[in-house]
Design a protein around this ligand. Structure first.
Ligand code: SF4
Length: 306
């Protein structure tokens, strides 16, 4: 159940949610310089991801294409929402591919804001980005975490999958009961499942499909399990489950801190349901150690907990 608790009175962040600060060791500042120098956006910064010190320190990041303004306003998301002021930048795919090459990425994760203002909802830009990456980094694998392409789903899937990303990810985000409340009237739980199912059907190569669930929004663990069952019933190979963090007082309040033992239980349930990979843990995000998630699913290594 969602509460009306003010931010100041929220329960303190438990020990297991503590994250480390950026350090001079590792690649954090090199990654920052490269990304900012190329005028690229990342979901790591735009969503204030708690793992940024770790991921950038490892030399990885998740690119956010199609600008910095999202045409939706999900209640859990920190990404700026509104009417985009800039057209889609046709040179962004090239800058992104060159930056990924300079970072030496072996697995490149690309996501975006929603662009309901663009006729193809950004599908063509995704395909251009995947193609640029494959031209520049032929040995790398590419993962896309896409919006729902509302109204042009079939054409968009044909376009994106025509560029052959190795992983197609679309986050269901929350359980059926909370979906509309958290994501707004335009998003649909059934629509998300359908997109994932059709991605697998449309691809003429063995694409891995993937989805993510945020917990702590007011759902029960049994509802999370139901959502995992729905994902498996629609052929999803990889699932991620992580704790919601309220980005500001205007966003949905945290309902509960999910204990690491509960994450472990969810991982075991996911394993029993037959996912190729289950990443379940307090700080797990859709793109967290995405290279390992893909590898675990592709090699049948199975569930991983953090
Ligand atoms: S978990 Fe994903 S969004 Fe967060 S810092 Fe790592 S790569 Fe970026």
């Amino acid at each position: 159940m969602e509460t009306s608790q003010p931010v100041a009175e929220r329960p303190r962040r438990p020990e297991w949610m503590k994250v480390r600060a950026p350090s001079q060791n590792g690649h954090y500042y090199d990654v920052k310089k490269l990304i900012h120098g190329a005028q690229l956006n990342t979901i790591c910064e735009e969503a204030r991801c708690p793992n940024i010190a770790e991921c950038w320190g490892r030399g990885t990041a998740t690119f956010q294409i199609l600008g910095d303004t999202c045409t939706r306003a999900c209640r859990y998301c920190y990404v700026h929402s509104g009417k985009p002021s800039e057209p889609v930048d046709p040179l962004e795919p090239l800058r992104l591919a060159e930056t990924a090459r300079r970072m030496g990425l072996k697995h490149v994760v690309v996501t975006s804001v929603d662009r309901d203002d663009v006729p193809d909802k950004g599908a063509g830009h995704y395909a251009a980005t995947i193609r640029a990456l494959k031209a520049k980094l032929p040995a790398a694998t590419v993962e896309v975490l896409t919006p729902d392409f509302l109204g042009v789903e079939e054409e968009a899937l044909q376009t994106v999958l025509g560029a052959r990303p190795e992983v197609f990810n679309h986050n269901i985000e929350t359980v059926r009961r909370l979906h509309r409340r958290m994501r707004g009237a335009r998003a649909s739980y059934e629509g998300a499942l359908e997109l994932l199912r059709r991605a697998k059907e449309i691809a003429d190569y063995p694409v891995l499909t993937k989805s993510g669930i945020i917990v702590g929004l007011g759902e029960s663990n049994d509802e999370v399990l139901d959502t995992m069952r729905d994902l498996r019933a629609n052929g999803v190979d990889v699932v991620t489950i992580g704790q919601y963090l309220q980005p500001s007082s205007k966003h949905a309040t945290i309902d509960r801190w999910v204990h690491p033992d509960e994450f472990r239980w969810l991982r075991e349930q996911g394993e029993a349901l037959g996912f190729g990979s289950v990443f379940s843990g307090p700080l797990v995000r859709s793109s967290y150690r995405a290279d390992e998630q893909r590898h675990a699913a592709a090699t049948g290594r199975g569930a991983v907990a953090y």
